[in-house]
Ligand binder design. Sequence first.
Ligand code: IPE
Ligand code: IPE
Ligand code: MG
Length: 224
Amino acid sequence: MTLPNIPEERVPAHVAIIMDGNGRWAEERGLHRTQGHEMGEKALFDVVEGALEVGIRYLSVYAFSTENWNRPQEEVDFLMGFNRMLLRQRRGDLDERRVKIRRVGRRAGVPEDVLVEFDEAEAKTAHHDRMDLLICFNYGGRAELEDAASTGGPLAENLYAPEVPDVDLLIRTSGEMRLSNFLLWQSAYAELYFTDVLWPDFDRHALFKALEDYASRERRFGGL
Ligand code: IPE
Ligand code: IPE
Ligand code: MG
């Protein structure tokens, strides 16, 4: 498929994705849930390619929530190791594509060896300005607002990535229609897009479909 048929001014600056449905994708196939997470990697990097093709400036992806610690220890451990490996293996490719990698979320609670990979990926790509890939990891919207409030300063200036514009388009896969504590402040006026596609089956073409839908929306921001 070719690029989405949308005028440049209708390309959202900031797209946020709740990458959901990995477990169900695996269970449907009689596989272990963790195999669903593994298959989600391909979806993510195809979406990154698609976002680059279209010229999206900020892409936020929900990789691990502050509530995901409540999963069985085995799955939590898998996700920590998996994300560590993924950062190590993919940061070179992302660097070549001039993508800036950024970790968004609380450091406290994340294993040191995972933080090290994030820090290295961030350092390696910090000078890029083609696209920011914000990996929301140990991220919770409420935690972010609590952390911002605890500074005593204005909330909007003390978010984890305060200079990133609000979310224009928020995508959630797997048919669930809720925010699950994602980017609560930044999504105040986001256009919401829900699809039944499970995350491992998502790709750049599914992203383009969402972008075409977004381009047809009328945003009013409370005005007329
Ligand atoms: C999303 O897929 C990935 C993470 C939350 C880390 P899930 O693991 O939530 O998959 P389902 O919702 O159980 O199918
Ligand atoms: C949201 O999905 C978190 C991520 C995609 C990382 P969940 O699967 O954790 O959300 P709930 O539990 O269905 O609300
Ligand atoms: Mg889920």
